[in-house]
Design a protein around this ligand. Structure first.
Ligand SMILES: Nc1ncnc2c1ncn2[C@@H]1O[C@H](COP(=O)(O)OP(=O)(O)OP(=O)(O)O)[C@@H](O)[C@H]1O
Length: 270
């Protein structure tokens, strides 16, 4: 669990985070959503210590990150996995070498043990046998999986993902979402995901923080979104007529005014 209270951050005169508080839950996909410039990336960077907030407190499972010295933060960072936008793989390294990189940095295990772990995570992300390929030889979806394998190779308690679906087609996006979600549950990770992808919001949104201009505007899960009457949230999520219709249908279904069969038929006929 990562709890943060009253986080404030400004650059010059520009207030980017204006007193944000929230709890990111363990074993859940915690999503941060909001329009471009609402402060999602700056918030993630504050949580991992890449930016220092001007005010507020960040607590990792009862340990105050804000009060830790650099040595304590270094230790904590070994429990944090990061999946960067665009995967950020080392082009000159093979898949295997990319995944092994954090182990070489932080683990004192023998080479054989490290390789066992590399192969274990490769298999877990469905890339068994891709060891010797270079990033230029694999698809965007495969690169994301390598990025995920590298992010989880040290068994992190916390996983930060910045736009994990950027640049992927809708089907591959769903595969990647599902994989991150499954790993989150399987290893009981506190996962934080910045996303613009509305499919992700509806499919894996266990705990959603909606930000507007550096402030928390709304919070809830993917089911709550259907019933929310928050005007800004509705305009953001259900931007198209199609999505507004889908929301209305789901609400009717939940109120018992539409059967599951009717709903399925309406969706098929669209
Ligand atoms: N290092 C920096 N120096 C000055 N301003 C910054 C810095 N980093 C971010 N900002 C500003 O903070 C604001 C929020 O940026 P941020 O990247 O967090 O938005 P975002 O919600 O992640 O947007 P996007 O969805 O486009 O990634 C923007 O106005 C941005 O210009």
């Amino acid at each position: 669990m990562i709890e943060f209270k009253n986080i404030k951050k400004q650059f010059g005169d520009k207030v980017v985070l204006d007193g944000v508080s929230h709890v990111m839950e363990t074993g859940k996909s915690n999503l941060i959503i909001g329009t471009s410039g609402s402060g999602k990336t700056v918030l993630q960077k504050c949580l991992v210590g890449l930016f220092e907030p001007d005010e507020g407190e960040i607590i990792y499972d009862g340990r105050s990150f804000t009060e830790m010295d650099e040595e304590e933060r270094k230790m904590l960072r070994q429990q944090i996995g990061m999946l960067f936008q665009g995967s950020a793989l080392f082009d000159s390294m093979t898949v295997e070498e990319n995944i092994k990189f954090p182990l070489n940095m932080f683990s004192k295990d023998s080479n054989a043990k490290k390789m066992d772990r590399v192969n274990e995570v490769l298999e877990r992300v469905n890339l068994k046998g891709a060891n010797k390929k270079f990033p230029s030889e694999i698809s965007g979806g495969m690169k994301k999986r390598v990025g995920i394998a590298r992010a989880i190779v040290l068994n992190p308690k916390y996983l930060f993902c910045d736009e994990p679906n950027s640049g992927l087609d809708p089907v591959t996006s769903m595969v990647i979402d599902k994989l991150i979600h499954e790993l989150t549950i399987e290893y009981n990770i506190t996962t934080i995901i910045n996303t613009h992808d509305m499919n992700s919001v509806m499919e894996i949104g266990d705990n959603i923080l909606y930000m507007v201009q550096g402030k928390k505007e709304w919070t809830g899960n993917s089911k709550d979104i259907i019933f929310s009457d928050n005007k800004q949230l509705n305009e953001f999520i259900f931007a198209s007529e199609f999505l507004q219709d889908a929301k209305s249908m789901r609400m009717l279904e939940a109120e018992g005014k539409l059967s599951k069969e009717q709903l399925k038929k309406m969706e098929e006929n669209r």
